[in-house]
Design a protein around this ligand. Structure first.
Ligand SMILES: Nc1nc2c(ncn2[C@@H]2O[C@H](COP(=O)(O)OP(=O)(O)OP(=O)(O)O)[C@@H](O)[C@H]2O)c(=O)[nH]1
Ligand SMILES: [Mg+2]
Length: 330
């Protein structure tokens, strides 16, 4: 009974995540094309299986569970929503529920409330906008920068890239390949140079070229390594000095498959460099989407971008309400 319940929860979570990914892919396929006038809002037609989370919740409360509230919390934790946020959702739903209310609909309201509205990238209308990109090793920073540069150049913006990852041997070649692919201009220095000095040079070069956006790549680092976090703060200070204000965006790149460790990363990077948004990568490699909720709820930082693959077009602006609809289903 216990095992059957746990399995059902895992299956439900898997379905939920896959549906969410499908939703994002569908949006990706739609690209920037105009929607047909009779299309149902931003949300693509729902596949039959998307009764996912709603159906699992309803079956818990139809006498299928000994303690439906505890099992609901468990269901959310397994979806990577995280213990604190899961407990908060359940407490609130429990308080609001009364005879005849639909717990699935109440959970859906909670999820929508936490996610809020879509948060765009904040870039100035005039002059050089600066985007600093941070995160642990291998999270997908450089790849996300390449995809973002391609998206911005496609929108007609002039993009420069700063190779402030001077630590890894192949880092600047990797960024150079993305610069070529996306039509962006790259500023680098030799390996081992000071990352702050690269950032400073890149601002001056981007301003001289009349670029609209400068995206600064940084070396991956463990969020627990103090000297490396200090180095990151220094890059931020240099950017502030060179531009006259703090970076317009400081994006934390989080690998969606790392689960709750992402929260600890976000907290540490947030304290060091005031993260303004999250780019959630490798969403194609996980069946869980709850980390999106945990990040928003625990840290108040919006997910702005979602990476769904290694290709240049595999990057989406995050649409929270479409995501919530997908997760909950019917
Ligand atoms: N499937 C998938 N792979 C991704 C995604 N984003 C990045 N990757 C892959 O993840 C690996 C690491 O990506 P990088 O962009 O080099 O990561 P990084 O954070 O710059 O790494 P360091 O600079 O070494 O810290 C590469 O193999 C990427 O192709 C994504 O959204 N989906
Ligand atoms: Mg990198």
């Amino acid at each position: 009974m216990e095992i059957a319940g746990a399995l059902a929860a895992v299956v439900a979570v898997g379905v939920v995540g896959l549906i969410a990914i499908r939703a994002i892919r569908k949006r990706a396929a739609g690209g920037s094309h105009r929607r047909a006038p009779d299309a149902p809002g931003d949300v693509a037609p729902r596949p039959a299986a998307s009764a996912g989370l709603a159906r699992s919740i309803r079956s818990l409360f139809r006498g299928g569970a000994n303690d439906p509230w505890a099992e609901l919390e468990d269901l959310l934790v397994r979806a990577d929503v995280g213990p604190a946020t899961s407990a908060r959702i359940v407490a609130s739903v429990r308080e609001r529920s009364s005879n005849g209310s639909d717990p699935a609909a109440l959970v859906a309201e909670e999820i929508r409330g936490i996610l809020g509205d879509a948060a765009d990238l904040h870039l100035p209308a005039d002059g050089l906008g600066v985007v600093m990109v941070v995160g642990v090793n291998g999270a997908g920073k450089t790849t996300t920068i390449g995809k973002l540069a391609a998206r911005l150049t496609e929108q007609g913006r002039k993009v420069s890239l700063a190779g402030s990852d001077t630590f890894r041997a192949a880092a600047s070649e990797q960024l150079d390949a993305w610069a070529k692919r996306s039509g962006a201009h790259l500023v680098t220095q030799s390996r081992g140079s000071d990352p702050g000095s690269v950032a400073f040079d890149a601002v001056k070069a981007a301003q001289a070229r009349g670029s609209d956006v400068l995206i600064v790549d940084t070396a991956g680092r463990m969020h627990t390594r103090e000297p490396l976090m200090e180095e990151l703060k220094k890059v931020r200070r240099v950017l502030e000095k060179a531009v006259g204000r703090t970076p317009d965006e400081t994006l934390l790149v989080l690998d969606a498959t790392t689960g709750q460790n992402g929260i600890a990363q976000a907290r540490a990077f947030g304290e060091a460099v005031a993260v303004t948004g999250v780019a959630l990568t490798k969403f194609d490699g996980t069946a869980k989407g709850g980390i999106v909720l945990a990040v928003r709820d625990q840290l108040g930082v919006p997910v702005k971008l979602v990476g769904t693959g290694e290709g240049v077009t595999d990057l989406e602006m995050f649409d929270p309400q479409a995501f919530a609809q997908r997760v909950i289903g019917g």
